[in-house]
Design a protein around this ligand. Structure first.
Ligand code: PLP
Length: 369
């Protein structure tokens, strides 16, 4: 089989998406399936649509364009597409063309979206993102009403709703307190400006604990979440805890052994920097079975890999991953398998060196309980 290879179990992703959609629907919260880790994969987009996501959301217009084209070709059904990173001025034309909705924080950008929507004779919908403490994108809360008022004057722009994004830059935890602030802002805009907001989007996979953890949580106006990691990897994003009843192993990476030798654990010679910076000294523990895989920083983020039992990752460079074999003795040509975190998954999906294989097989025993 070709290696390195990422095997993607679409039935597990379908199960995860369907479960989260069902549990959150009981709380009147709808889901946008976030595809940014999957490079616009038609297979994954189609799986999320079949599971029932309300929209697809991606940070890159390039990915949205691919999914838009496949919907047009009848390869996937169509749902609205949300661009979840603020549009670049240099991509305004494509944003209006391919995204139905975009997330915004700058008047200048929305003015350009308006002008372009007039030119394309279309209506572009926007979500205004609010800064609630994580210090990534967002309009400051006390500027929101004036900002929204100005947006409402812009032709061919429709204010679809507001949203926030926490836990990405600073790790700020979604809570009843900050979600209430968002709810109150939605009420304030509606009361002051006489509009109705369809979407109040509370956040990402870091909101899972807040949304599902406590039956008594008052969700206020929050009726929408944008979920990527929790669907794809079956874990919430604050402490990466597995979500009950979801698969955490929809993705498996396989890499091939190209060297297997007994080697010392202690490097020899004067030590300076290695390929990617400083080396953490290893404790000398004698001679070990060291294997090298044809896999490196070109393909994955080594820090985000978990090797299967019996193997320990001890080093990496652009094209090599070095393992210490604790049990078993793999020979040249054998494959070692890994689970990936979100960063490693994203890198593997976007690397042209990693073959992607899509599978449909639901294996009950690996369901996490
Ligand atoms: C990445 C991202 C998401 C999805 O985050 P997950 O942790 O994968 O659920 C949602 N919203 C925005 C703005 C994002 O950038």
């Amino acid at each position: 089989m070709v290696a390195p290879r990422l095997e993607v179990n679409l039935d597990k992703i379908h199960h995860n998406a369907q479960e989260l959609i069902k549990r959150l629907a009981e709380r009147d919260i709808s889901i946008a399936g976030v595809t940014k880790a999957s490079l616009g994969s038609i297979e994954i987009a189609d799986t999320l649509i079949r599971a029932g996501v309300a929209e697809l959301a991606d940070s890159r217009i390039e990915n949205i364009k691919v999914m838009y084209a496949s919907a047009k070709d009848g390869l996937t059904k169509s749902v609205p597409m949300i661009l979840i990173r603020s549009p670049m001025l240099s991509q305004i034309e494509q944003v209006v063309m391919y995204a139905d909705i975009s997330c915004n924080t700058e008047i200048k950008v929305i003015e350009r979206l308006s002008a372009e929507a007039i030119r394309q004779k279309s209506i572009h919908e926007i979500l205004l993102m609010i800064e609630l403490g994580d210090l990534r994108e967002g309009i400051m809360p006390d500027e929101l009403v004036n900002f929204a008022k100005e947006v409402l004057t812009m032709p061919n722009i429709r204010l679809k709703g507001i949203g926030t994004n926490l836990a990405c830059r600073s790790g700020v935890t979604p809570s009843n307190a900050n979600m209430t602030v968002l709810s109150n802002l939605a009420n304030k805009i509606e009361a002051t400006l006489g509009v109705k907001l369809d979407i109040v989007s509370g956040g990402n996979s870091a909101n899972i604990e807040w949304a599902l953890g406590n039956d008594k949580t008052d969700f206020g106006r929050i009726n929408h979440l944008r979920l990527g990691e929790s669907i794809l990897l079956g874990c919430e994003a604050l402490e990466r805890k597995p979500i009950k009843g979801l698969y955490t192993d929809a993705f498996t990476l396989f890499a091939e052994v190209i060297e297997s030798k007994l080697k010392p654990t202690q490097a020899k010679g004067a030590i300076a920097q290695a390929a990617f910076g400083n080396v953490v000294p290893v404790l000398d523990h004698g001679i070990v079975q060291q294997i090298i895989l044809a896999l490196g920083v070109h393909d994955i983020d080594p820090s985000g890999l978990t090797a299967s039992k019996g193997s320990l990752i001890v080093g990496s460079s652009s094209d090599h991953l070095i393992l210490e074999q604790l049990e078993g003795n793999p020979v040249i040509g054998d494959e070692i398998e890994f689970q990936l975190d979100y960063g490693a998954l994203l890198r593997a999906m976007t690397s042209p060196y990693v073959e992607k294989i899509f599978l449909r097989q639901l294996i009950q025993p690996s369901l996490h309980y």
